[in-house]
Structures are given as C-alpha cells and as structure tokens.
Design a protein around this ligand. Structure first.
Ligand code: UGA
Length: 435
C-alpha cells in the first residue's frame, strides 16, 4: 500500500473529515485554512462543529504526527502528491454555485504545486469545473480530478470510513486510480470515470434524495386526505429494493447546507445547457409548497378571530435542519418560522444544540433554555427537528402551560397515545391521530 503526502485546503466539515480520516488511514496530511483562529484551535484538537467522533480522529491524527494544520496554503502544497480542494461553493446569483473560493485557491497555489501532483475537487461543483480549474492552474503536468463526497452531517466520520461507493473522475485513468487508492483498506465499490461523470454524480445523488423527500411529503398530504397512514404506505413500498425504505420520512420539508444549494445549482446547470428537467423543478417547488401547507395547518388550528396569528404565541421545538447537528443553514425549521412570523406569530424556540446567543435570529424568534420555557403561555407547540429527547418531555407539564392543547408534530416523532394521556391533541404529517 502506498502512503501519500496529502494536502487538504479548507477545514469545513468535509475538509476536516477528509484530512483527519486520511491521516487515520496512514497518509501524511496537512490541512490548510485561511482562518488563523480556527487553525490554532484545530492544533489543540478543538473542533467547532458538532460532529460525532471527529474530535477523536483529529486528536489521534495530531498525536500520530501524521496530521498538521496551517494557515499557509501555499507552503502546504509544496510537498503534496495529492491536493484536495474542500472549499465552500455557496448558492450564488440565480442559484448557480459560486466558485469564487475554488478559483481564488487555484490562483494561489498554481506556482507552488509540485510537478506531477493531482489536484482533487471535493467541493460540489458544476460539470466543467475540473476543466476550468485546470485552465486556471495552467499546469499541463498537474492532473485535476473530481472525487465528490457523499457524507452526511452528523455522520461524517462514519460515512467517510464506510462509504457505499467511492467516485473518482479524471481525464487520466492512472490519476483517478491513484486518488481511489488513497482510501486504503476501505471496502467499497470504486467508480472510476471522467470528471464530468463524477461531478454530475454528486448533483444527481442529492437531487434524487431531495426527490424522494418531496415525494414522501406529497404522499403524506394525500394520506391525510384519504385517511391513510403514510408510515404504512411507505412500509408497503419500501421493501421493494428498487424503491428502498431509506430517506422517505415525511417532515417539515428538506433543508441543510447541501440539498437546497445543490438542487438549485443543478437547475441552473440544466437551464444553461438548455435541458428541461421538470422533475427537478417540481422537487424544489414541492418543498416550498409543502411548508406553506404545514403553516396553513397551524393557522387553521391557532388563528385568532381575525384569521391571522397576530399576537399568537407559538412554541417551536427544534431549529437545527436535522437532529444531531447545530447547523441552521437552510433549516426547514427556520423556513417555517419565517412563514409563521409573516402571519404575525410570536415565536419562542428551544433547540438542545442552539444557544441563546443568536442575534441574527432576534427579529424572528426568541431562543429559550428549556422546552417548558418555550411552551409557557404558547397557544400550541410545533415540533420541527427530530431530537429524540422531545419524545420524553413531561407532556402533562407541557399541557399545563399551553393555551390550546395542540401539538403539531411535523417530524412524526411523538407518541400520540402518550400525548393523549396528557389531554393533548396530536397532529402529525401524513397520519391522523385516530390511527
Ligand atoms: C446530504 C446527503 O444526504 C449526503 O449524502 C450528502 O453528502 C450531503 O448532503 C452533501 O452534499 O454534503 P446532509 O445535508 O447532511 O446530507 O443532510 P441529510 O441527512 O441528507 O438531510 C437533509 C434534509 O432532509 C434534512 O432537513 C432532513 O431532516 C431531511 N430528511 C431526511 C427528511 O425530512 N426525511 C428523511 O427521511 C431524511
């Protein structure tokens, strides 16, 4: 097995996971980040994102001497055989991916890359970016490859070490193989392709996942209308391996730092290529529509005599885009909060991973310390993130504090029977309380 000198540029959750895990496989890894404070903290194994196991892997990497952190990107690439770009590609103008960070780094490292090294894009980027980076680097001796990551936040280390596949694209098949060989001892199919194939595989995966969720959420609406239980319907289809049970739980809409950004970026790619992909547009629109519909249900249950939520206090349980993370980027909980606020609601929110000091949210809602503080004096309670601890709340105490005995469980995590014992009425997504 060949152990390599690897440089990772960008220490977000993808970059840091990649760097620390590659060090754990035996490679010598330098991680570079432009933020000096972050580099200092990482040198002390202080990881500022909530990601299980990552601090331990970073600590072990530092202790082994195979993992280093630096702010000096140019010096970091000088001995590299493989350089990973793990940079942010946020939603830019018209939904297109903003490649400014990738381009700036390409510019910065151009004249420091050793002869014959491989630069690998891990960031999610439109088809053609590898070629664009190659043109920017203008180094015929350097191969640019694409090795998209399929990590989920909250399971990043696990997903890196136990992937379902490793996809690498490069014009030069030897370079693709060299990148795939970095994943020493990891038992997963290797898909070696060209850069366009790898770049598109990443977008196609996130689009497909979002499509499953929009399907599940629409199916839930149909179930409510027809008095069917969406869990049963999904169990009834999910055993078919062509469909699969995973990623079909209805909820408050899909969000996070990837699915919204990547579906919009892919839509932009389709438009620019003159290709109509009606399913993609419908997937995105369904998500927005689904959230509006959920808000209408809250309005129907809680509105004052003027039909609005003006002056109506509501408790929100959960703000993070999913349980196990403190990440609020494109969180469905915040999208729903904004719609409720537009209707006049006063929002008090509790999330176990989101601290009170969020000045950016102060116009939207008040963050409180405990679930009971959130429900105190609220007309109803809306569950927006599937934190398991919400299942075991003291529902009798909640009932004593709520104005109307109404709980909207938009994650379908609560036990309607237990709420019923506390004289609370439960409303889920795609399931009716009588079931
Ligand atoms: C997503 C993909 O799942 C990863 O495969 C991909 O690598 C990653 O984006 C990325 O591109 O970096 P992540 O953003 O961590 O991962 O979040 P997910 O676990 O996919 O959840 C996305 C949203 O769907 C969340 O709002 C979640 O609550 C929601 N969801 C998920 C549901 O509503 N129901 C489900 O059954 C599953």
């Amino acid at each position: 097995m060949t152990l390599r000198n690897v440089t990772v540029i960008g220490t977000g959750y993808v970059g840091l996971t990649t760097g620390a895990c590659l060090a754990s496989l035996g490679h010598r890894v330098v991680c570079a980040d432009a933020d000096p404070g972050k580099v200092e903290r990482l040198r002390r194994a202080e990881v500022d994102i909530l990601e299980p196991d990552l601090p331990d892997v970073v600590r072990a990497g530092l202790a082994s001497g195979r993992l280093e952190f630096t702010q000096d990107t140019r010096a970091a690439v000088e001995k590299a055989e493989v350089v990973f770009l793990c940079l942010p590609t946020p939603m830019g103008v018209g939904g297109a991916a903003d490649l400014a960070a990738v381009e700036a780094v390409a510019d910065e490292i151009r004249d420091r890359l050793p002869r014959g090294c491989t630069v690998v894009n891990k960031s999610t980027v439109p088809v053609g970016t590898a070629e664009r980076v190659a043109a920017l680097l203008d180094r015929p001796d350097v191969t640019v490859a694409s090795n998209p990551e399929f990590l989920r936040e909250g399971r990043a280390v696990h997903d890196f070490l136990h992937p379902d596949r490793i996809v690498v694209g490069a014009a030069d098949p030897d370079a693709a193989r060299q990148v795939a060989d970095l994943y020493v001892g990891i038992d997963a199919p290797r898909v070696l392709t060209d850069t366009a194939g790898a770049e598109l595989a990443k977008y196609a995966a996130n689009f497909f996942l979002a499509m499953k969720l929009s399907f599940a959420n629409n199916l839930a609406t149909l179930c409510e209308r027809l008095d069917a239980d969406v869990d049963d319907v999904i169990a009834g289809i999910g055993h078919d391996p062509r469909i699969g049970r995973a990623f079909l739980d209805p909820g408050p809409g899909w969000g996070g730092s990837c699915l919204p950004k990547d579906t919009h970026a892919l839509l932009n790619v389709c438009e620019e290529s003159g290709v109509e992909f009606p399913l993609l547009r419908a997937t995105i629109e369904t998500n927005v529509e689904h959230q509006r519909r959920l808000v209408e249900r809250v309005v129907a249950g809680c509105a004052g005599p003027d039909g609005s939520l003006r002056g109506v206090r509501l408790a929100l349980l959960g703000l993070a885009f999913k349980a196990g993370t403190s990440d609020l980027r494109d969180s469905p909980a915040l999208a729903i909060a904004r719609l409720l606020r537009e209707r006049g609601a006063e929002l008090y929110a509790y999330d176990p991973a989101v601290s009170e000091r969020r000045p950016d949210l102060s116009d939207l809602l008040t963050i409180v310390d405990t679930p009971l503080d959130a429900v105190d004096g609220a007309r109803a309670c809306v569950v927006l993130t599937e934190w398991p601890q919400f299942r075991d709340l003291d529902w009798a105490a909640v009932a004593g504090r709520l104005g109307t005995p109404l709980v909207f469980d938009f994650r379908n995590i609560l036990d309607p029977g237990r709420l019923g014992e506390a004289a609370l009425s439960w409303e889920g997504v795609g399931r009716t309380p009588a079931m």
